[in-house]
Design a protein around this ligand. Structure first.
Ligand SMILES: [Fe+2]
Ligand SMILES: [Fe+2]
Length: 323
């Protein structure tokens, strides 16, 4: 039974989620492996003990997982899920495989198709079974219905960390995220010259690039991971029609990656692009758009798994594979 939540406390480490409705009815759903047992509590007096239990379980799960991760952090990355109102269950199997293989899940934008809260609700219900930290950036599709703030709130309420020029840290690895914007690549990138609307367009790209830079600057970890929706390099959008290449990303987003010696960057948006490339300074860049991975690696589940060694002296240039 679902209760309209006024407060939803959920974490991706949790064996259960807890909702409190406006009239203080508590519903708590317990997940045990893949089977789900639902308990409904009608007594508002149970709220505080349950909240304390939730918090204790959450921190204990985090401690246990941290203790288990000694050698390497396994990062799964996907993008362009484009969930719609009819998408119930379509990626459930993929999410289950990711949950078994990774320590952290990154989602690089276009989580939903029309940017609707209803689509987002369907997605977060399915992601609730992935008991990992989930870090995401929004894509252009989240803006389509002008409800991006609602979408963001639903994701945040479900325990998903949405980065927008901000950063977070898990297991000693720092994650900086931004949506990014378009503008083109290299010498042929759009310049802020002529009409005001062109200057505004370029200003938006520069603004996103500065946001990425300040997110990276805020991290104190030596391992840095960047997630974007738009591409920071041309190599991973090649294969798309040449007419649209400048709308798929911008070299201005590459500059912070080189300046901060980022370990690895992930993006989406270019559904017909290439799965991997490198920045000028050699940082690996992966296009993890679902359709790219499905087409390039048809015999594997469509997610990219990247392992970052944690021991001193080991190369940061960890190896990556499409699972
Ligand atoms: Fe997309
Ligand atoms: Fe997109």
């Amino acid at each position: 039974m679902d209760v309209a939540p006024s407060l939803l406390i959920a974490g991706n480490f949790l064996p259960f989620r807890l909702k409190i409705s406006p009239n203080n009815v508590i519903s708590s759903s317990y997940f045990v492996d893949s089977s789900r047992l639902s308990l409904i509590f009608d007594n508002p007096l149970l709220a505080q003990p349950l909240l304390r239990l939730q918090s204790a379980v959450n921190s204990k799960s985090r401690e246990l997982r941290s203790a288990m991760i000694e050698d390497k952090v396994r990062i799964a990355a996907i993008a362009d899920l484009h969930y719609q109102k009819t998408s119930h269950g379509v990626l459930r199997e993929l999410f289950a495989q990711i949950a078994k293989s990774a320590d952290v899940l990154l989602i690089c934008g276009d989580l939903v198709h029309l940017g609707l809260p209803e689509e987002t609700e369907i997605l977060v219900k399915e992601l609730a079974f992935v008991k990992l930290p989930i870090v995401a950036v929004l894509g252009n599709h989240e803006f389509e219905s002008n409800k991006q703030e609602d979408v963001k709130k639903i994701l945040a309420d479900a325990g998903i960390v949405v980065l927008d020029g901000t950063a977070c840290e898990y297991y000693g690895v720092g994650f900086a995220g931004v949506k990014g914007f378009a503008g083109g690549f290299g010498r042929l990138a759009l310049e802020p010259w002529g009409e005001q609307s062109i200057k505004d367009f370029v200003k938006e790209t520069v603004r996103e690039s500065l946001k990425l830079e300040s997110a990276l600057a805020s991290l104190r970890t030596s391992r840095l991971v960047a997630l974007l929706h738009y591409a920071p390099i041309r190599a991973t959008v090649e294969g798309e029609p040449p007419e649209i290449l400048p709308f798929l990303g911008s070299s201005r987003l590459e500059e912070p990656l080189n300046r901060y010696n980022v370990t690895v960057a992930f993006h989406g948006h270019a559904h017909r692009g290439q799965p991997e490339g490198k920045t000028r300074e050699g940082t690996p860049v992966y296009n993890v758009a679902l359709r790219v991975l499905e087409q390039k690696f048809p015999n594997r589940p469509p997610f990219r798994l990247f392992e970052i060694p944690l021991k001193e002296g080991e190369s940061h240039a960890a190896h990556a594979k499409a699972e």
